[in-house]
Design a protein around this ligand. Structure first.
Ligand SMILES: C[S@@+](CC[C@H](N)C(=O)[O-])C[C@H]1O[C@@H](n2cnc3c(N)ncnc32)[C@H](O)[C@@H]1O
Ligand SMILES: [Zn+2]
Length: 299
């Protein structure tokens, strides 16, 4: 558990700070005595006792997402994301990434919050590309996803949390909030960001994987998704830039099956339907992934 990141967190029960976690300790405790177990894999469930009405990603959905991303199909998106985050940190004057601080003094490390971190693949790619020069928090409501994220990003603090609840993070502490295909709680993102911080959002564009929408049973992307995104965060954020990322893909039947399972459609698919769909696919299916990476500045 990275104690410098813990310093930015607050107890979701009482709002007070957490105590340092010493090596060998198996719980995260606030100064008022609220205690949250650290799971064997290293993540912490802060939602304990709260319950939640959201359908989280299942173990099968997390496994499919991991298998597909590990295939490297979306590496170009990870590159674009890392370049965007680096630019946002530079623009914000966050030290520690590409600039050096005064010799002999420990520099404050920029803090990235990955909202809806899933299996942590994009965060891992980002940390690798920034040479580990940032601290990170990963939040997700699915413990199945977080088990993988916590193993993958052991240096980050990974928390089971519902993004629609007030975030367990102090105001004005975060340099970049990253949201890759996950819910956007604009008011809370604005609260936890520094005034110089940035919100970086990845969304699919209309036409994303259209070639396999039918066989993979993908839910359609609303054509005005970008306008909806801007409008959704509008009261709290102003759009600073928006760049398309287009990736031609060549997918085998397992890839198509993983794409179907890993997205929102995965909540509704049954294995028999999926097996029938996969059996009917050709050896290779060409498709085009279409994303937008948007940067927003707090108003
Ligand atoms: C499509 S996945 C994207 C995961 C990851 N960013 C990636 O691209 O690999 C959406 C993620 O959002 C999480 N999620 C959905 N609703 C959530 C909520 N209310 N609070 C926290 N996480 C949520 C899901 O569990 C899932 O891991
Ligand atoms: Zn507490």
């Amino acid at each position: 558990m990275d104690n410098s990141v813990l310093d930015a967190l607050i107890c979701p029960v009482c709002g007070l700070e957490f105590m340092e976690v010493l090596s060998g300790e198996t719980a995260l405790k606030c100064i008022d005595g609220h205690s949250f177990d650290i799971a064997r894999q290293g993540y912490v469930n802060l939602l304990t006792g709260h319950g939640t009405k959201f359908t989280h990603d299942s173990a099968a959905m997390a496994a499919a997402r991991d298998a597909f991303l590990a295939g490297g199909h979306y590496r170009e998106l990870a590159d674009a994301l890392a370049a965007t985050v680096r630019g946002a940190l530079d623009a914000a004057g966050a030290v520690g990434v590409s600039t050096g601080g005064p010799a002999g003094r420990p520099e404050p490390r920029p803090l990235v919050l990955d909202a809806g971190t899933g299996t942590g693949w994009y965060l891992r790619q980002l940390l690798d590309r920034l040479d580990g020069a940032v601290d990170a928090i990963g939040l997700d409501i699915s413990k199945f996803a977080l088990r993988r994220a916590a193993r993958r990003n052991a240096a980050a603090v990974n928390l089971v949390w519902d993004l629609w609840q007030p975030l367990p993070v102090e105001a004005g502490r975060v340099d970049v909030v990253l949201v890759v295909f996950a819910p956007r709680n604009a008011a809370e993102f604005a609260r936890v960001l520094k005034p110089s911080g940035r919100l970086v959002v990845v969304t699919p564009r209309p036409g994303h994987l259209a070639e396999i929408a039918r066989p993979a049973g993908l839910l359609g992307i609303q054509p005005d998704k970008e306008a909806a995104l801007a409008a959704g965060v509008e009261p709290d954020f102003a759009l600073e830039s928006s760049s398309p990322v287009t990736i031609p893909l060549r997918l085998d039947p397992d890839d198509v099956s993983n794409v179907a399972l890993m997205g929102p459609a995965g909540h509704h698919l049954n294995q028999r339907e999926l097996d029938r769909m996969v059996a009917a696919l050709p050896a290779w299916t060409d498709a085009t992934a279409q994303f937008t990476v948007s940067v927003f500045r707090p108003r």
